[in-house]
Every structure is written in structure tokens, then in C-alpha cells.
Design a protein around this ligand. Structure first.
Ligand code: PHE
Ligand code: NA
Length: 441
């Protein structure tokens, strides 16, 4: 058998992991989740979840992947605990499941790059979204997005994912920065900042049972946790990397880009709504509100079209760099376990996952349902088992793995005990709240 692929450089791995983390979750999902769940208060719970659960859990996934050096399902046997294979399996299934509708949204973004540039998306945004987000129009662009995803993954780790994300991630940051500075100069932007940064903690207390699981789910989804993605990416790593500093880098970068996206999106939403950002939500929120705002920008339609082009181009790059990590997770499983060749595997899986996404492309009600099952069911369950496994089953081996290549070995013990106690209890609470909201309300 050919030798297993690896990241060529450490920064290549970091950028690929950041590329996975930074995506539609930051730009498309965060705004409507936040507005439906108390605005800035949501951001507070989100940040707490990144610290308390997200960072320990990303390290746990890294440890599993790098120690096993194989993709997510086989990893557990490699670590001598074959009965835990199902943890990787939940993640791999969830990755394919999630890519099916993620690609639909990615398709809309492609459509919006064109629509913003020609101005068609800005003329009557509500009607435009209603037309392009359903039926055959949506299926076609879903296919196109999936094709791009397959195209990158087919080239493999070093020549596909690493090369692509090396250009994608810096472009996202630079372009978003430019857009945020531009948004800052707009009259009425202030209301957007207020929305982002003024927490109404009363809203958390009153609706804790829904706000907390929604914010934690958003935080973990945003870090690409629970989908075996970080396990898979870390499996291509060498031992000389510090997992600790890589994990922190990814978490900080993802949160930073999320806030940066908020500094672009919320001022636009504030202008568009005359300062009253509403809880009008759903998957269409960004696609309707942003074009409405673009149409009202000072300087006439050319400005709106140009800003719209840049904005949706950024969103497309962010979406693609995440979609490839979802596809890679499923591809790696088949390549590692059955010795399949990468190219036909990527093509075949892309086709199958495309079909799974057709209902979501046809009708946004399906998309919302797929997203809900992904983030409220698959994700918390997988994270729970990862935390349980690394904390209580892998234990000392996990500590040894985190210490490899690290120059702060003391942290590893603290991390293990955090996983065993605080993180575990927090995740159990979140799983319970999610199951309650899903099945009992
Ligand atoms: N983290 C990505 C985002 O925020 C979504 C994602 C989830 C990607 C899970 C891979 C795995 O958009
Ligand atoms: Na993210």
C-alpha cells in the first residue's frame, strides 16, 4: 500500500483547520441564531462554550487523530479500543449528512455572487431569494458547489486541501477586514455594534432552556467539532507539532473571524432595518437582509453590486474551505479502511451526498430540518462520546499525546481533569437540553 499522506507544513495544517472552522457557520448561521436567541446574550454563552467545551474538545479530537494516524472510525481500534468505533461513525455519518445541505447553501452563495454583480439580487431581495433557493434553480447550483468541493478533495491533502486553504484563509481575513472597515464608515452602523455587544442577560435567564443549547451547539458547530473532521485532519499530522497551540490558534481565529463577520453583517442589517435588527430569521436571513442593505448603500447601485460581489465571494471561499473538510472526513474513511483510490471515492461520495441534499435544495423546510438534526442531535452526542472517551478511557495516553511536541506539559493534566469533570458535565447538560427540546416539547 502507498504511504499515507501528510500535511507538508505545520502552517498548512493550521490553515486547513481554520478553513474548516471558518465557514457558513460564522457568516450565515451565527446571525440568525443570535437574533433568534437574544442577540448579544447569545454571544456571551457562545464565547463561554468555546472556552469551556470547545477548546478542550478540539484538543481531544486532535489527540485521537494524531495518535491513531488513521481516519475517524478506524482510529478507535488503532488506539486499542475497537468498541468505541461508533463514536467516529456518528461523526462520519454526520459529516456526510451536514455536507448535503451545506452544499445547498454554498450553491445559493454562488448564485448570489452572480446576482449581486448583475444587480438582480438587489432589486427585490425577498422575491429573489424565494426564487433561487428552491426547486431546480437551487438543485443546479448545489451540484455546482459539490463539484468544486469534489475537485479540491480529489487532489488529496497536500496538493488539494493544503494548497487551496493556503490561499483561501488569508483571502477571507483580508477581504472581511476591508468590508468591516467599509461598514464602519456607514451612517447607522452603530446600531449593529450595539446589537452585537450589548447583552440582555434577562433574555438568557428567561429562555435558558433554548438559548444555552442553541449557543453551545453554534459554538461547537463553528469549531467543526463532533463531525470527526478534526480527528481526520489531525491524523495527517506529525509528532513535532504542539496540538495545544494549534488548537488555541484555531479557536481564536474562528472566533475572531466570527466577530469580524459580525462587524460586517450587523451594521448592514442595522442600516437595512433602520436600527431595529429583528429576530426575523431562518436560513434566508442573510440572503435577504444583506442584499436589501446593499441596495441602500450610498453611492448608488454600482457600490452595492461591488460590495455584494466581494461579500459573497468571501462567503463562497469560507463555505468551500469547510465543505472540503466534511467531504475529506468521509473520503478518508473509505480510503484508509478499504484502500479505495481517492479520486473515484471523492466523485462517488460527492454524487451520493449531492442526492441526499436534493430535498434541502428543493424546499428550505428540509434544509432547516437537516441542520437541526445535525447540530442538535449528531453533534452533541458525538462530542459527548469524544469527551468521555478521551477523558476516561484514553486517560494517561491522551495526556502523553498532548505533551508530544508541546513545551507546556503541565497543561495536559489540567486539560484531562477538565475533560473528566467540568467539560463532561457541561456536555451532558447540553445533550439533555437538546434531547428535551427535540423530542419533548
Ligand atoms: N465549522 C463550519 C462553519 O462554521 C461548519 C463545519 C462543521 C465544517 C463541522 C466542518 C465540520 O461553517
Ligand atoms: Na465556524
Amino acid at each position: 500500500m502507498a504511504e499515507r499522506e501528510m500535511w507538508a507544513t505545520r502552517i498548512g495544517f493550521i490553515l486547513a483547520a481554520i478553513g474548516s472552522a471558518v465557514g457558513l457557520g460564522n457568516i450565515w448561521r451565527f446571525p440568525f441564531q443570535a437574533s433568534a436567541n437574544g442577540g448579544a446574550a447569545f454571544l456571551t454563552v457562545y464565547l463561554a462554550a468555546v472556552l469551556v467545551i470547545g477548546i478542550p474538545a478540539i484538543l481531544a479530537e486532535f489527540v485521537i487523530g494524531r495518535r491513531a494516524k488513521t481516519s475517524a472510525i478506524g482510529a478507535f481500534s488503532k488506539l486499542g479500543r475497537p468498541r468505541w468505533w461508533f463514536v467516529g461513525a456518528i461523526g462520519v455519518v454526520a459529516a456526510g449528512w451536514t455536507l448535503s445541505y451545506y452544499s445547498v447553501i454554498g450553491g445559493w452563495v454562488i448564485r448570489y455572487i452572480v446576482g449581486a454583480t448583475t444587480g438582480a439580487a438587489l432589486a427585490d431581495p425577498g422575491t429573489y431569494f424565494g426564487t433561487v433557493s428552491v426547486g431546480i434553480e437551487s438543485v443546479v447550483v448545489h451540484a455546482l458547489f459539490m463539484l468544486l468541493t469534489v475537485g479540491i478533495v480529489a487532489f488529496g491533502i497536500e496538493d488539494g486541501i493544503e494548497l487551496a486553504t493556503k490561499f483561501m484563509v488569508p483571502s477571507i481575513v483580508v477581504l472581511l477586514l476591508g468590508l468591516a472597515v467599509y461598514a464602519f464608515t456607514l451612517e447607522g452602523a452603530g446600531a449593529g455594534y450595539d446589537f452585537l455587544f450589548t447583552a440582555d442577560f434577562g433574555a438568557i435567564v428567561d429562555n435558558a432552556g433554548t438559548v444555552i443549547p442553541a449557543a453551545v451547539g453554534q459554538a461547537l458547530f463553528s469549531l467543526s467539532l463532533g463531525y470527526s473532521v478534526m480527528i481526520t485532519y489531525a491524523s495527517y499530522l506529525g509528532k513535532d507539532d504542539s496540538l495545544l497551540s494549534d488548537g488555541l490558534t484555531v479557536a481564536v481565529a474562528n472566533t475572531g473571524v466570527g466577530i469580524l463577520a459580525g462587524l460586517v453583517v450587523l451594521p448592514l442589517l442595522a442600516i437595512q432595518s433602520g436600527g431595529e435588527i429583528s429576530a426575523e430569521g431562518g436560513p434566508g436571513a442573510v440572503f435577504v437582509a444583506i442584499p436589501t442593505a446593499l441596495a441602500e448603500l450610498p453611492g448608488g447601485s454600482v457600490v452595492g453590486q461591488a460590495v455584494g460581489f466581494v461579500f459573497f465571494a468571501v462567503v463562497l471561499v469560507a463555505a468551500l474551505s469547510s465543505a472540503i473538510s466534511l467531504l475529506e472526513t468521509v473520503v478518508a474513511y473509505l480510503v484508509d479502511n478499504y484502500g479505495f483510490a481517492r479520486l473515484p471515492t471523492a466523485v462517488g461520495l460527492g454524487a451520493g451526498i449531492f442526492l441526499l441534499g436534493v430535498p434541502s435544495a428543493w424546499d428550505t423546510a428540509w434544509l432547516t430540518w437537516f441542520d437541526n438534526i445535525s447540530v442538535a442531535l449528531f453533534l452533541p452526542l458525538a462530542v459527548l462520546f469524544v469527551v468521555l472517551f478521551v477523558g476516561w478511557v484514553l486517560g494517561a495516553d491522551a495526556v502523553a499525546e498532548l505533551r508530544e511536541g508541546s513545551n507546556s506539559p503541565g497543561i495536559a493534566t489540567v486539560w484531562l481533569w477538565a475533560l473528566r469533570t467540568v467539560v463532561l458535565v457541561a456536555v451532558i447538560g447540553v445533550v439533555a437540553l437538546n434531547l428535551y427540546d427535540l423530542f419533548l416539547v
